[in-house]
Design a protein around this ligand. Structure first.
Ligand SMILES: [Zn+2]
Ligand SMILES: [Zn+2]
Length: 394
């Protein structure tokens, strides 16, 4: 049934490809097209569980309500029907990833790259008329929230046609033309100037080198942006992401020092101060962005650097603050069970007296930060997470 088979573009969204596939085969609406496809799929598989959704905005496997596996099988069959190699169409799809960012935020994965799930839009997708003029398809990156300016043409993505009609190809079934006034989107002249800050963020997230922004992997850039959004109220003190990143690690350092100054103020009771009382849940928020290797995680690298400097100083009150088993497992890069085993083997000591048969609870603050850090330095450094990684940047 699919006589015309357009080639997918490598940076195209799956929804865009399906719409092009539908329209090149004479189906004006995605719904009618998918109805016909589902008829074929049902004939072939004899099961209703392996059909495509009638709404374009939930086509990607990461949005499948019940089974993303079944959705994947559908897409595989379709890719055979389009006579594409299996991989090109499947590589456009976005999948759920098991991994989570540190703060419990879910991940999606496309072409081997992780993105925070919360950044992926299912509506209100803006467009760049100049990109459409070059090739008429929707770029996947337009679906991600922090990307608001076309990094190639430096113009803001637009959401409204000259006639006032909202642009949203997922609901209008049109990639390049306004269904209301008939104007071709590529002919819309974008007069609005891009916000400088948004332009820098979009360029950087798209993988370009931007001024003094840190040169890190693209996946870590998305992780850093997520981290900054979550912590900006408590940790930044800077006005913008640009300012925060171009002066890295100045503002993060400032935040850590502010936390520390609170500790100094209550120095008298410092013996029993928990790590979380001083630094909140910064350790937990920074551990996977999405990598937890110091070499690949700028935030964690600086946090270790900071702790190392502070703990090397004899008079530091930080020496006596306590950590729980969860924090210990993050700092050592091991599981909570392994922390318990270290305690049982006498490698780690509890500063509170525990009964011989007492099991350490994950939230119980029983270890001292300095001992733990020494243990990490002496025995728990691994490739990509070692002392050299955090000192070599200085
Ligand atoms: Zn563009
Ligand atoms: Zn219009």
């Amino acid at each position: 049934m699919l006589l015309i088979r357009p080639k997918p573009h490598v940076d195209e969204s799956l929804e865009s490809y399906f719409l092009r596939l539908a329209q090149s085969n004479g189906f004006e609406k995605y719904k009618t097209f998918v109805g016909a496809l589902n008829f074929e799929l049902y004939k072939h598989n004899g099961t209703k569980s392996r059909l495509l959704p009638l709404d374009l905005h939930v086509l990607n496997p990461c949005f499948a309500k019940h089974s993303s596996n079944e959705r994947l099988k559908c897409l595989k069959q379709i890719s055979m029907m389009t006579a594409q190699d299996v991989l090109p169409v499947l590589s456009l799809a976005i999948y759920r990833a098991n991994q989570k960012y540190s703060s419990g935020v879910g991940c999606v994965i496309q072409q081997g790259r992780l993105y925070p799930r919360q950044f992926l839009h299912q509506s209100n997708i803006g467009i760049c008329p100049e990109c459409l003029a070059e090739a008429s398809y929707i770029r996947q990156i337009w679906h991600f929230e922090p990307y608001t300016v076309c990094h190639r043409h430096c113009c803001p993505l637009i959401h409204q046609c000259a006639c006032g009609e909202h642009i949203d190809y997922l609901f209008l079934d049109s990639i390049d033309q306004c269904p209301e006034c008939g104007v071709t989107y590529k002919n819309i002249n974008v007069v609005a100037k891009a916000d400088e800050e948004e332009l820098h963020i979009s360029k950087w997230l798209a993988g370009e080198h931007v001024g003094a922004f840190p040169v890190v992997s693209i996946v870590h850039r998305w992780g850093l942006y997520l981290w900054w959004i979550q912590l900006r109220e408590s940790t930044t003190g800077s006005k913008s992401f640009n300012e925060y990143m171009t002066q890295w690690p100045k503002f993060f350092d400032k935040y850590l020092n502010t936390c520390l100054s609170h500790l100094e103020m209550k120095a008298a009771s410092v013996k029993h101060t928990k790590f979380s009382d001083v630094f909140g849940d910064i350790l937990n928020k920074s551990i996977r962005l999405p990598s937890s290797r110091l070499a690949d995680n700028l935030v964690l690298q600086h946090l270790y650097q900071f702790l190392n400097t502070q703990l090397s100083w004899q008079g530091s009150n930080l020496n006596k603050i306590t950590v729980n088993a969860i924090e210990a497992s993050i700092l050592l890069g091991i599981s909570i069970d392994q922390v318990s085993a270290l305690y049982d083997q006498g490698e780690l000591h509890s500063f509170v007296k525990l009964k011989s048969d007492e099991i350490i609870q994950p939230h119980q603050s029983v270890f001292q930060l300095d001992e733990l850090f020494l243990l990490w330095l002496s025995s728990f450094q691994v490739e990509g997470s070692n002392y050299h990684v955090m000192t070599s940047t200085w």
